[in-house]
Design a protein around this ligand. Sequence first.
Ligand SMILES: NC(=O)C1=CN([C@@H]2O[C@H](COP(=O)(O)OP(=O)(O)OC[C@H]3O[C@@H](n4cnc5c(N)ncnc54)[C@H](O)[C@@H]3O)[C@@H](O)[C@H]2O)C=CC1
Ligand SMILES: O=C1[C@@H](O)[C@H](O)[C@@H](O)[C@H](O)[C@H]1O
Length: 346
Amino acid sequence: MAENLRVAVIGAGRMGADHIQRLHTRIHGADVAAVVDIDLERANAAVAHIPGAKAYASAAEAYESGDVNAVLIATPGFLHEVALLEALERDIPILCEKPLTPDAASAWKIVEAEQKLGHQRIQVGFMRRFDEGYRELGGMVRSGDLGELLMLHCRHRNPDTPAGFTNEMLINDSVVHEFDVIRYLTGEEITSVQVRLGKASSKAPSGQHDPQHVLIETTSGVLVDVEIFVNAQFGYQVLTEAAFEDGIVTIGGDSGPYVQRAGRWGGEVTPGFEARFGAAYDVEVQAWVDAALRGGIGGPSAWDGYATAACCEAGVEAQKSGEKVAVVLNEKPELYRAGAAAEAAK
Ligand SMILES: NC(=O)C1=CN([C@@H]2O[C@H](COP(=O)(O)OP(=O)(O)OC[C@H]3O[C@@H](n4cnc5c(N)ncnc54)[C@H](O)[C@@H]3O)[C@@H](O)[C@H]2O)C=CC1
Ligand SMILES: O=C1[C@@H](O)[C@H](O)[C@@H](O)[C@H](O)[C@H]1O
C-alpha cells in the first residue's frame, strides 16, 4: 500500500483550520505533517492536538524539514503565486484554495511553470464541483433530458465579510466560484462579464459596494446573472436556478428538518460556508489525496484556475467601467487537453 501523503498546510486561518481538522479526522491516506503560518502562535495552536505535526513560520522551513511531501495552500489569494511556485519547484502534489491567483498574468505564470514539469500537480479548491446539488445539475445538463441549458440565475449570499475584504474581492474571492461552476456546468468558456452596481446596503463596510449584479455570457450564449451579496446579515446561502428548454431546476435551496416549535415554524439557514459545503470539502480533499497517491490530480486544474482568473480580471474591470468586458484566454496547452481532471471531477 502507498505511503500516506505528509501534508503541509500553509495558512491556518478560517479555511486552513477547517482543512487541518478534516485531514486529521476524516480523510484517509494523508496526515498533517506541518502547519505553516506567519503567525507562529496560530500554527502552534493548530498542531497542538495532532501528534507528530510541527509548526513553522515559513513554507521553506517546513520543506527543509524533509517531513513533507504534499501541500495544501490556504493563505489569502494574493499570496498563492509565491507559494505555488515554491511548491512546483519541489514537484509535489498541491491543493490550492481558490482563487489560483487573482489575475490572469500571475495565473498564466503558474500554468507555464507546471507545464515545465510535464505533468499536472495543481488541483484548485473549487469545491462546488464536489457538492451533490451541483453534481446532479451537471448530470442533467450532460444527459440532455431537459433539452439545452439556456440560462442560470445564481444567488451568492454571505452574512458579512472579514476585515480587509475589498470591493475587488466580491469578484476575486466570491464570484470566482460562479465563474468556475458556470464553466463546469456548461463545459464552455466564459466570453464576457458585466457588473451593475445598484442600490447599496448600508451594512457594507466602507469601500465595498454591496450587493452587485454580475452578468455573464458563455461561448454558446448561455446567459447567467449572479447576485453577489456579501453582507446579507441573515446567513450563508448559495442558490442556483437553471432554465432548460424543457424544465427548471433549482439547487441549494433550504433543506434539513422543518421544525414547529414555541409557536413558530421553519428551519435553519446555514451560518457559513463550512456548514453549507462541509460535505463537498470532504469529497474534494479525499479526491485530491486519492489522485495524488496515484501521481495525478482529482479535480479542477491550473487551467481552470487560469481561466477563472481571467474572468475575475474582466469582472474587476467591469466593476469600474460598468461596461461589458470580453474575457480573452491564451490557447489551452496540451497538458490540460486530456481532460483527466475534468473527468475526475464529474
Ligand atoms: N473554498 C471556499 O469555500 C473557501 C476558500 N477560502 C480561501 O482560502 C484561503 C484562505 O482564506 P481564509 O482562511 O478565509 O483567510 P484567513 O485570513 O482566515 O487565513 C489566512 C491565514 O494565512 C496566514 N498567512 C498570511 N500570510 C502568510 C504567509 N506569508 N505565510 C504563511 N501564512 C500566512 C494568516 O496568518 C492566516 O492565519 C483564500 O484563498 C480564500 O479565498 C476561504 C473561505 C472559503
Ligand atoms: O470561498 C469563499 C470565501 O472565500 C468567499 O469570501 C465567500 O464569498 C464564499 O462564499 C466562500 O465559499
